[in-house]
Design a protein around this ligand. Structure first.
Ligand code: MN3
Length: 253
């Protein structure tokens, strides 16, 4: 009896305190709380794969998962040596140039003209590879986009095959080292382009700007062990690896 009564009293005190708190914070604070909640939710959603920090994420599959299109040795060297170096050098340059370690790489790329060539090359290299791993998955036959992305590609390029040709040509014709991209421009239009070195369409210094949806690495280190000088064969095989679900998610952003 006494327990039950003191339970009730505690409940009453708790409820009253909550009621008072709700009244005290008022409508403005409630609005800002709701806004923060919304932001926190958006953050949680995007940080799964889209907001990229300065550290390397674990590779989403094993080194041999993309055989026989990309061999395990190439994947291991690419991830543990080349990509690891971009992350390490990005952190070094960021520290030297006063960039906070909790920034997203995307936010740094948007104002990359303010920083050194070392920062530009390694922030680009880090972002590009983090995205590149996500753009691939074990091979599947008849691999193509569906849904709204598939429709948008058909509407823009005429057909999936014509899109593949435009993108493959951009990748083949990149002189030296670089990347080819499918990206969404400021008006929401789908475009294909190629950037040299480790540049990408998020950089304020790039020749074209937008949100990259799909990218292919055409540096020789990405394919030389298996394909040697035959970049076109690497590109042709690579289409079987494209993770269209990931590309679709970026398209929805
Ligand atoms: Mn690479």
């Amino acid at each position: 009896m006494e327990n039950s009564s003191s339970n009730s009293r505690r409940k009453f005190i708790k409820n009253t305190a909550a009621g008072t708190a709700a009244v005290t914070i008022g409508l403005t604070s409630m609005a800002s709380m709701l806004e923060s909640f919304g932001k926190a939710q958006a953050q949680t959603q995007t940080s799964l794969s889209f907001d990229i920090g300065f550290d390397q994420s674990p590779l989403p599959y094993k080194y041999d998962a993309l055989e026989d299109i990309i061999d395990a040795t190439t994947m291991e060297i690419h991830y543990t040596k080349h990509a690891a170096a971009y992350s390490k050098n990005l952190k070094e340059a960021a520290t030297a140039e006063g960039i906070a370690g909790n920034r997203t790489v995307e936010s740094v790329l948007a104002e990359v003209s303010k920083y050194s060539a070392k920062l530009r090359n390694n922030a680009g290299g880090h972002f590009n590879h983090e995205m590149f791993w996500q753009c691939m998955r074990p091979k599947s036959v008849n691999n193509k986009p569906s849904g709204k992305l598939g429709d948008a590609i058909t509407a823009t390029f005429g057909s999936f095959d014509s899109f593949k040709k435009v993108f493959s040509d951009a990748a083949k014709n990149r002189f030296g080292s670089g990347w080819a991209w499918l990206y969404k421009d400021a008006n929401g239009g789908l475009k294909v382009g190629s950037t040299p070195n480790q540049d990408n369409p998020l950089m304020n210094v790039a020749e074209f700007h937008g949100n990259p949806l799909l990218g292919i690495d055409v540096w020789e280190h990405a394919y030389y062990l298996k394909y040697q000088n035959k970049r076109a064969d690497y590109i042709e095989g690579w289409w079987n690896l494209v993770n269209w679900d990931y590309v679709q998610q970026r398209f929805n952003m």
